[in-house]
Design a protein around this ligand. Sequence first.
Ligand code: SAH
Ligand code: DHB
Ligand code: MG
Length: 222
Amino acid sequence: MAEQTWDAVDAYFSERLVGHDPVLEAATAAAEAAGLPPIAVAPNQGKLLHLLALTQGARRILEVGTLGGYSAIWLARALPADGTLITLEIDPAHAGVARANLARAGLEKVAEVRLGRAADSLAALVADGAEPFDLVFIDADKQSNPEYFARALELTAPGSLIVVDNVVRRGAVADPESDDPAVVAIRRLHDLIAAEPRVSATSVQTVGSKGYDGFTLARVQR
Ligand code: SAH
Ligand code: DHB
Ligand code: MG
C-alpha cells in the first residue's frame, strides 16, 4: 500500500471532518516560516486529541513537547474558559512560535508554554503539588518516554488519560534487537505499562500524512 494512498485518505478525512480552519492553518504556516520541523500531529490526529479531551471532560491538560503549539491548540480548544493547559518545551524558538500561535487562537488565557527541559518542569510540577491533570499528551524526546510516563502517573488521578505519540516508529518498536535509543525507550515504556497495575492501556498503529507510527493510550484506574 503506497504512502500516497495514506495521504489521500488523510486529506479526504480532514476535508470532510476537520474542514478549513484558518487559525490552525496559520499556526502551521507560522511554524513552517520559522523553520520548525513538520512533525506536529496531522489535522485528523489533532481532532482525535481534541475529542479525547472533550470525552475526558478535561479541565486540566498537560502536554510534553510543544513545537509550534499545533496539538496544544487542538487540546486547549476542548477546555472550559477556566481550564488550564500547560505545555512543556525545551527550545526557546519553538516556545516563541507556540505562544504566538496560541495567542492568535485566543487561547493565551488557558494555555501556558513552560520553557525548559521537560524532566525539570515535570519534577517542579510534582514538587509544587500540582492538581491532577485529566489528560497528559507525551510527545517530546522519545528516549525520555519512560521517565515522562512515570511523572505523568504522579500528576494524574483515577480517570485520567495518558496519550503517548510516536510509539511505532515505522514498525521498529517490534524489533527487540534495535539499538535506536528511541525504540529502546518505547519498548521500555511498554514494559513499564505492562507491569503497572494503576493503568489499563493499549497501543494502536496509524498510517497517514505523518507516515507509519502510532499512539499509546493509558487510562489511570487507581
Ligand atoms: N506536540 C507537538 C509536536 C511536538 S515535536 C504537535 O503535535 O504539535 C517534539 C517537541 O519536543 C519539539 O518541539 C522539541 O523541541 C521538544 N523537546 C525535545 N526534547 C525536549 C525536552 N527534553 N524537554 C522539553 N521539550 C523537548
Ligand atoms: C518526530 C517527533 C514527533 O513528535 C513526531 O510526531 C514525528 C517525528 C521526530 O523527532 O522525528
Ligand atoms: Mg509526535
